[in-house]
Design a protein around this ligand. Structure first.
Ligand code: 3NM
Ligand code: MG
Length: 524
């Protein structure tokens, strides 16, 4: 099962200090609380001389604060303290425990951050399963004594390290922050001037810029403002439940990026998108296969991690192949995604979808509002060709529609549109819905982005399995939308947008999903 920990976001990373820099009358706890109010995205408790008992007491207090803001708490160096209080992970310096040993003790579900001085450190950290890297100091700092002979990296040094990190498949997907002498008046330039074509910093770590400030909340908000502007972050958006879904999406994308998962996604899909879908699956880290011959369905679906059935450019021979593939997938516990392309456009398509729905248990149904309405037998939603109409009645009606089909089929329903909705009804009758406000109008200007979304959903479902179909649906949609948003900047028209979009399927990073996500829950 995927971990449900708060998402890792390095944007504004507070590292604590309990020494003489604290303003009079302020405790570490006071400053951390103020920083959380001001929008800090990650907290590290760093104590260099506290006794273990007092350390644990402080860690517990900070964890309570962090939980209230759904922000992870990491502990500097002390794995025992992190485990004792069930913090979200640890940060290690190069003089601390070997990251591989630390990972073995921590298990897979704690965050592990490592300070790195060079590519050798970075590769070792990546091999150990680090979740992010911090560079050694970029500038001089009063807060921590540099070792004799150590020179801060400077802007050029950090940029050079980012370039090298981007060149290595092991380190390419790891989020990175820097530290040392950073404050609101220099982080904008640091983020801008260290950015390379292929990799940028995902945030900044500070001590005195927050801990030493009388108004730590305002200081944090000011930092957050600069970082938000420079990294084009989504404003803090998600509530706890949505955060956890985004967190799972990011962690699964990382597995795909690092080649730790390479799901074989069997498609029976239409002629219009067949090649595009195969390329999209490859780009995101999956392994596509497009096979339609009924005689090989048993063997092909049998070795797949997930199955995507798409009713575009339909014919009778394909329907019987779909039925066979679907039955094999159901029998073997392989997740199945339905893309009911143009379901309401012709009686043939609608009848086919009904047959498929009655013969096959689908884990996810992904369609636009018109398609979902056709399957749910709801009148009044416009259906023109395979393009969607929007639902009259706004969000409430959209959610009701998605929930109705989820209830009728038992599947997770992912309904695309300007806002995408993902809905499910659990076996106990509990309804869960999230809305994804990401995306761009450009996704509607080229053909096949809906089908390609089903491919991405299929890739995530292939890693996450049937039990996490809801998370897989959100992950696929979010990846499409965030890739789309990033591609817009490079588009001169529909075709250059398409090229940029497919490049972004390859380049979009877990940290991009976390930082760009506009995911809402509790909307029903
Ligand atoms: N680690 P300030 S520099 C905690 O070089 C820490 O690894 C560093 O403090 C490293 O934001 C540092 O006040 C202190 O400059 C940074
Ligand atoms: Mg250390």
């Amino acid at each position: 099962t995927p971990a449900t920990r708060p998402p890792l976001n390095l944007a504004v990373y507070l590292v604590t200090d309990s020494g003489s820099m604290l303003p009079e009358g302020k405790s570490v706890e006071d400053q951390v609380k103020a920083a959380l109010e001001g929008g800090a995205t990650l907290i590290q408790l760093r104590e260099k001389s506290l006794d273990t008992g007092a350390f644990i007491t402080r860690a517990r207090a900070l964890l309570t604060l962090c939980r209230a803001y759904n922000v992870p708490l990491l502990i500097n160096d002390r794995i025992d303290v992190a485990l004792a209080v069930d913090a979200d992970g640890v940060h290690l310096g190069q003089d601390d425990m070997d990251p591989k040993l630390a990972r073995a003790i921590l298990g897979p579900n704690k965050y592990l951050g490592v300070t790195v001085h060079n590519m050798h450190d970075a590769e070792r950290a990546a091999d150990a399963g680090a979740d992010y890297l911090g560079t050694c100091a970029i500038f001089d700092t009063q807060t921590k004594k540099h070792k004799p002979g150590f020179e801060p990296l400077g802007v050029e040094g950090v940029k050079a390290m980012l370039t090298k990190l981007a060149e290595h498949h092991k380190t390419r997907a790891l989020p990175v922050c820097t530290i040392g002498g950073l404050h609101a008046s220099n982080v904008g330039a640091v983020l801008k001037d260290t950015a390379t074509k292929t990799k940028k910093l995902d945030g900044v770590a500070v001590v005195s810029a927050i801990m030493a400030q009388k108004d730590a909340r305002a200081a944090t908000a000011q930092l957050k403002d600069v970082v938000e502007r420079e990294l084009a972050l989504a404003p803090v958006y998600a509530t706890r439940e949505a955060c956890q879904v985004v967190s799972v999406a990011a962690e699964t994308l990382r597995k795909l990026r690092e080649g730790k998962a390479s799901p074989l996604v069997h498609h029976i899909t239409n002629f219009v998108v067949m090649n595009d879908n195969a390329n999209a699956a490859l780009a995101v880290g999956g392994s596509p296969v497009m096979a339609h011959a009924e005689n090989e369905m048993e063997a092909m679906t049998g070795i797949a991690s997930s199955l995507v059935l798409n009713v575009g450019t339909l014919s009778d021979t394909w329907i019987s192949a779909m039925l066979t593939a679907g039955r094999v997938a159901n029998a073997r516990g392989i997740p199945v995604v339905l893309d009911p392309v143009g379901a309401g456009a012709t009686p043939y398509r609608l009848a086919t979808c009904r047959t498929l729905l009655s013969e096959i248990k689908f884990d996810i149904i992904k369609g636009n509002a018109g398609e979902i309405a056709a399957l749910a037998n709801v009148q009044g939603v416009e259906q023109r060709g395979v393009d969607s109409g929007e639902v009259a009645g706004g969000e409430k009606a959209s959610v009701a529609l998605a929930v109705a089909l989820a209830k009728a089929t038992g599947a997770v329903v992912a309904m695309s549109g300007a806002t995408d909705y993902v809905a499910r009804v659990t076996a106990e009758g509990k309804t869960q819905v999230v809305a994804v406000d990401n995306g761009t109008q450009w996704l509607g200007k080229i053909t096949g982005t809906g089908c390609t979304t089903a491919t991405l959903v299929g890739c995530f479902a292939g890693v996450l399995g049937k039990a996490n179909a809801f998370e897989a649906a959100v992950a696929g949609i979010l990846t499409m939308c965030v890739a789309g948003e990033k591609a817009v900047a490079l588009a001169k028209g529909p075709m250059s947008f398409k090229v940029a979009l497919f490049d972004e399927f390859f380049n979009v990073m877990p940290a991009d999903l976390v930082q760009a996500a506009k995911v809402r829950d509790r909307i029903q």
